[in-house]
Design a protein around this ligand. Structure first.
Ligand SMILES: Nc1ncnc2c1ncn2[C@@H]1O[C@H](COP(=O)(O)OP(=O)(O)OP(=O)(O)O)[C@@H](O)[C@H]1O
Ligand SMILES: O=P(O)(O)OC[C@H]1O[C@H](OP(=O)(O)OP(=O)(O)O)[C@H](O)[C@@H]1O
Ligand SMILES: [Mg+2]
Length: 300
């Protein structure tokens, strides 16, 4: 089933870990978004685009079924639904347009902290609680482990304390949730990031044109996110050593300083930030006025 209409439909998480970053990405790409808290659909004022704000679990299905043209979702949720649809013999067509630079997390197995865990074989015969039963079952099968998988939609981390399971398989980022619940991470089974996906059967040329316009903008925003504009004053006598310390500064811009022939201004766009340690080394070489600035947009 596909939905008619000229406006490109993008599904994104309404509220949760991905919503702010998804919205910020689209805004940086030039979309003027008029969000009212409770609205399911948000119209983009300056382009023929509508945003569908839904639970993240619904996003892959909306794209696979052609209800939305694009979706921003975690690979963990996407892969789980793909596996489910494969098992159920249902269509699971989609195309990943690009991996994004947010939503990074891992799906890991965790056991009580006091347990003397040695290897994956220690999971044999146990009950493991998770929101991702198909990803977990695939991992267990690949490792030749027989375990019982219990599906919980939320609060997975409390399952061991509640006596529902003796291990869990849940998303981890800093590890704070596991620690707070007396658990330790023992196996990473999947590494995930947010991705932009497109429905496979998209043929309308106006929508494809819009996507072709959006993609370089997304690449530009991501490149800008990881780049910095670095400016500093450096003594001419130490120029070579100073430039060698700047990440990715093969061809820096050198500018004269009014009334000071001994120093020169260096400007460089770097693909990395400057660490405090490097700044201290630059200072020791006689550099001053060191500035590290964020870059909003980039097009090369
Ligand atoms: N701690 C984390 N750090 C970074 N990314 C995360 C983290 N936890 C989850 N994610 C990513 O963000 C996605 C959404 O997480 P969130 O916790 O908001 O989901 P949810 O509670 O299922 O939300 P919804 O109400 O939309 O169903 C996850 O599927 C995952 O891809
Ligand atoms: O390793 P950490 O940094 O602690 O992150 C992991 C937690 O983050 C996610 O939940 P979230 O905080 O988004 O809340 P939710 O469980 O209500 O979705 C995930 O489900 C973990 O519980
Ligand atoms: Mg969800």
């Amino acid at each position: 089933m596909t939905v008619d209409g000229k406006r490109l439909r993008i599904a994104m998480q309404k509220s949760g870990r991905l919503s702010q970053d998804s919205q910020a990405l689209l805004t940086s790409c030039g979309l003027k978004i008029n969000l009212r808290e409770q609205r399911l659909i948000a119209h983009v004022e300056n382009m023929e685009i509508d945003l569908l704000r839904v639970r993240d679990d619904d996003i892959p299905g909306l794209v696979m079924d052609g209800v939305c043209d694009l979706g921003i979702v975690g690979e963990n949720v996407l892969e789980e639904l793909s596996l489910q649809r494969q098992i159920d013999n249902e269509p699971y067509n989609y195309q990943v347009l690009t991996r994004l630079d947010f939503g990074g997390c891992r799906l890991s197995i965790a056991v009580p902290q006091e347990e003397n865990y040695q290897s994956v074989k220690d999971l044999e015969g146990r009950t493991i609680a998770t929101t991702y039963p198909r990803l977990l079952n695939r991992y267990l099968k690949q490792n030749g482990v027989n375990a019982r998988v219990v599906t919980l939609k939320g609060s997975v981390e409390v399952a061991p304390r509640a006596g529902l399971a003796s291990a869990i398989c849940d998303l981890v980022s800093t590890g704070a949730t596991l620690e707070a619940n007396g658990l330790k991470e023992v196996e990473v089974i999947y590494r995930s990031k947010a991705v932009l996906i497109q429905r496979r059967d998209l043929a309308e040329s106006n929508k494809l044109n819009m996507i072709n316009k959006l993609m370089p903008r997304i690449a530009g925003v991501m490149q800008a996110n990881e780049s910095k504009y670095i400016m500093l004053h450096a003594p001419r006598a130490q120029l070579e050593q100073v430039i060698a310390l700047l990440p990715g500064a093969e061809n820096p811009t050198l500018l004269p300083l009014a009334g000071n022939d001994a120093m020169v201004a260096i400007h460089v766009v770097s693909s990395e930030t400057l660490f405090w340690e490097t700044m201290e080394k630059l200072k020791a070489l006689g550099a001053s006025s060191i500035l590290v600035l964020p870059i909003e947009k980039m097009m090369e």
